[in-house]
Design a protein around this ligand. Structure first.
Ligand code: ADP
Ligand code: ADP
Ligand code: ZN
Ligand code: ZN
Length: 833
């Protein structure tokens, strides 16, 4: 983007006129937005930026598009409703790039998202060298997701779940009776298997390691499932006697080897906790037949310049580009044409800083920011003209060094004759937009007005705008002397993704920021290695199911290949580990902040204690929309129902029976202070804090939420509607008002994503508060103002992927800003001076 002061009117091709926008919290807004330029939508979180950019402008463009293509769409539009707005004129067709992760489609990869995979398959089928006499393959024969291409051993999945003697029997000195086979089910089922072994004639009272090898293998791995009489309670001697006398057993028992039991249970159980328990004993291993690529041998036999298609897909994009460039020399015209399509696309991905990603990286392992940039790269090559691109915080997750090419990409879209609307918090991006629309002044009901719409320079003069204030003040207001660590937590020989034998020290009882360009290894070091290595030491050996559940939230990849490394010495008093991430607080619309923080339990108790509830015999459970007795039977408490439409994705509509209130009418006749339970769920946190004044167990979590700037959220807002940043702050608020439980290590991945600078200040001061109470905070962070106010910085890099993965520098922010080697240093210097 060019610097401030350019003439927008000269460039702009007219404007989008919005009249009477009332979507969500928008206050009957009128605004004119120029076309064919880059427009930043700013404002504190919850002020209504997305309601205008996505909820109104994009939704209306989408509605008009659907209306023009298919009559079926009309029914959909009638049911989901058009955005609340009187009139929009001058609106081009729109393409949205939201940050939210799409539904996890297990099989999509970087190659599929970018369509590079299709072209490569075509290239292999047309131009690949094959063994003489072998048949030519269609392009689909090079896809693991087609019957023609899939490896027969793993059905194209590339992975197989397996077990090893070591995980099944962690302690070989125990006997089977002493539960040597730890992987067996607990309680009765496990005892039953043991009794069956006695009937079969295996000695369950000698240490495991003293059993003959053949018996050990059979017990653990056999696929046989013999059925034998079982004599519970008899000693082995008595039982042998019973068997030889052919006395009938109490019942017939069927044996399953540990492997059979685990794989069977893992594949079929519906219980999440059983699945988790079983997963601990399984190792996810590469399929040995195809080496993990999921392709059948015939496909792998075809090569281009000596490489099969799976090997090319496994290359980082920049290496794949080099390889294919070398193929271009001396290629025939057919091959050349395909490469002319392919190479520029790979180039664009590299330009956006994604050259370190392998083409076969599963899409669900990409961060939301990487995902958005992959899609952006695809759009950049599509050469559309006259559309409006609506983007959600494109700079999220980017190191300042990575933001530059992103801005160039946005320029490119604009210069191609398009409008670019970005919802953005990063002031550096805002400063370089052509136009800014600022919404506020506050969040929720306190927001929803357009405070300013004009060239960026004018915003600083708008006194009501918090964005204006932050744009004017360049340097952080607070600076503190770095705290001194009270000890060091040392990790040694860490291997994870691009980290190869890293040694690193995290200071304790201070605030540490981990920095580095995208792909340098921050998440691998902090989100994986630190969390897993420390977590494994804190894991109580006899964890019960609840603890396992908690552990599982911390360790999302129990079954995935784990990181290795070790904690040197000890944990120096750290007794708890809490990873506060941006994952939803619940996977269904039935979770919300009231249920998550636990305050809803107290609310329901208040309702149950009212005279009417007692007279009717309604207990607290009645006031839960998850319990059949009290909820709306039509939508089962969801508040909405799903309508299926031919040819279109199914849509959710408000439940016609309860009109979205979720409860049965008889439940709603009970009121507390004039409100029924659905009314309470409709309150904002601010309103609820007033209503429940004096009820500590309700007000304490509400106050913690307000301090983090979440006073505008509604208690019953479904978890699925909350942004990642909101979910993360709800988790943090819940943590902040918990009783102290000893020295805790808090780990956060980019907590400032999606936050307005003034919300960033509240969040960081809450984190500093945790450190002041003696805890340790480690965050991955790109916002240099946050980094400048930390106590210690660990900078990874220098580059991404194989060009990264080392600790480039570490020290206080000031010391780090002087490092010659660090790519973060120049940006840190800018805010420190
Ligand atoms: P911003 O983009 O500025 O963070 P939003 O436009 O997302 O703000 O939200 C504006 C208001 O609308 C907030 O009070 C928010 O809680 C509410 N809101 C957001 N999403 C929804 C939704 N899907 N349904 C109803 N209200 C919503
Ligand atoms: P950062 O957090 O600094 O952006 P990451 O730790 O996410 O970096 O990534 C470091 C390297 O590890 C990159 O090359 C990335 O492609 C790779 N990587 C990250 N996650 C995975 C994964 N789930 N599977 C394979 N490789 C991964
Ligand atoms: Zn296979
Ligand atoms: Zn209903």
């Amino acid at each position: 983007m060019n610097g401030p002061g350019r003439d927008v009117s000269a460039r702009s091709g007219g404007c989008v006129q919005v009249r009477g926008a009332r979507e969500r919290n928008l206050k009957n807004v009128d605004v004119d937005i120029p076309r064919d330029v880059i427009v930043a939508f700013t404002g504190v979180s919850g002020s209504g930026k997305s309601s205008l950019a996505f909820g109104t402008l994009f939704a209306e463009a989408q509605r008009r598009y659907l209306d023009s293509v298919t009559p079926f769409a009309r029914r959909l539009i009638e049911q989901v409703g058009a955005p609340e707005v009187d009139l929009i004129t001058g609106l081009p067709p729109a393409v949205a790039l939201e940050q939210r992760r799409g539904p996890p489609s297990a099989r999509s990869t970087v190659a599929t998202l970018t369509h590079v995979g299709d072209t490569l398959r075509l290239l292999y089928s047309r131009c690949g060298a094959r063994a003489p006499g072998s048949p030519a393959l269609e392009a689909s024969g090079f896809s693991a997701h087609t019957p023609e291409g899939a490896c027969p051993a793993c059905h194209g999945l590339g992975v197989a779940y397996e077990v090893s003697e070591h995980t099944l029997v962690p302690d070989e000195t125990l006997t089977i009776r002493q539960r040597a086979i730890a992987a067996w089910p607990p309680a009765w089922h496990g005892q039953n298997l043991r009794e069956i072994l006695v009937s079969i004639g295996i000695d369950v009272d000698v240490p495991w390691r003293d059993l003959p090898e053949a018996q050990r293998r059979w017990v653990l791995f056999t696929d046989e499932q013999p059925t034998v009489p079982v004599y519970p309670g008899l000693s082995p001697v008595e039982m042998r006697q019973a068997i030889s006398e052919r006395r009938p057993g109490s019942y017939q028992g069927t044996f399953s080897s540990a492997r059979h039991y685990l794989l069977q249970t893992f594949a079929t159980t519906h219980s999440a906790s059983i699945r988790r328990r079983v997963a601990r004993y399984l190792v996810r291993a590469r399929c040995t037949a195809c080496g993990g690529c999921g392709l059948r041998p015939e496909a792998l036999a075809v090569t281009v310049r000596g490489m099969d298609i799976a090997s090319v897909m496994a290359l980082a994009i920049r290496d794949a580009k080099c390889h294919l460039e070398s193929v271009r020399e001396g290629a025939d015209p057919a091959l050349r044409r395909l490469l002319e399509d392919l190479l520029p696309r790979l180039n664009t991905l590299c330009d956006l800083g994604l050259g370190y990603l392998p083409l076969d990286r599963p899409a669900d392992t990409l961060s939301p920011g990487e995902h958005q940039r992959v899609r952006l790269a695809t759009l950049l090559r599509s050469n559309l003209f006259g559309v409006v691109y609506v983007l959600d915080e494109p700079s999220a997750g980017l190191h300042p060094a990575d933001t530059e090419p992103l801005l160039d990409a946005l320029d490119h879209l604009r210069d191609g004759g398009n409008s670019v609307f970005v919802v953005e918090h990063d002031l550096d991006v805002v400063r370089r937009a052509d136009w800014v629309v600022d919404i506020g002044p506050d969040a929720g009901e306190g927001g929803g007005q357009v405070l300013y719409s004009g060239p960026v320079e004018g915003l600083a003069a708008v006194s009501t705008s918090r964005t204006g204030r932050h744009l004017a003040a360049r340097t952080p207001t607070v600076s503190h002397a770095p705290r001194a660590p009270r000890g060091w937590l040392e990790l040694s020989d860490v291997h994870c993704h691009n980290l190869h034998g890293v040694d690193v020290r995290f200071p304790l009882s201070v605030f540490t920021c981990v920095t580095g360009v995208s792909g340098s290894g921050k998440t691998s070091l902090v989100g994986r290695a630190l969390v897993e290595l420390v977590g494994s030491l804190l894991d109580p050996p006899e964890a019960d199911d609840d603890e396992v559940a908690e552990l599982d939230d911390v360790l999302p990849h129990v079954a995935a290949a784990s990181c290795t490394g070790r904690v040197v010495g000890e944990l120096h008093g750290v007794v708890r580990l809490v990873a506060i991430d941006q994952k939803p607080i619940g996977r269904t619309p039935r979770s919300n902040l009231a249920t998550y923080t636990g305050l809803f339990d107290s609310v329901r108790a208040l309702f149950a204690a009212t005279p009417l509830a007692r007279a009717l015999g309604y207990r607290a459970g009645r006031f839960s929309f998850n319990v059949a007795s009290g909820r709306c039977p039509k939508c089962e408490g969801a508040g909405h129902v799903v309508v299926e439409l031919m040819f279109l994705p199914s849509a959710e509509v408000v439940c016609p029976a309860c009109r979205g209130r979720r409860y049965a009418d008889d439940t709603l006749q009970v009121t507390w202070q004039g409100r029924n339970v659905a009314d309470v769920l409709a309150l904002s946190v601010d309103e609820a804090a007033k209503l429940f004044e004096g009820h500590l167990s309700i007000v304490a979590p509400l106050q913690a939420l307000r301090r983090l700037g979440l006073g505008y959220l509604r208690l019953g807002q479904p978890a699925t509607q909350l942004s990642g940043g909101e979910a993360q702050r709800i988790k943090l608020a819940t943590e902040l008002q918990r009783a102290p439980r000893g020295h805790t290590l808090y780990v956060l991945d980019e907590p400032t994503i999606g936050l307005h600078p003034s919300d960033v200040e509240r969040l960081t001061s809450a984190l500093h508060g945790l450190v002041d109470s003696g805890h340790t905070v480690v965050v991955i962070e790109h916002d240099m103002r946050v980094v400048s106010q930390s106590d210690w910085v660990i900078d990874l890099g220098p580059g991404a992927g194989d060009a990264g993965g080392t600790v480039v520098a570490s020290g206080t922010p000031l010391a780090l800003s002087r490092s010659k080697a660090s790519r973060t240093a120049p940006y840190l210097r800018q805010v420190l001076t």
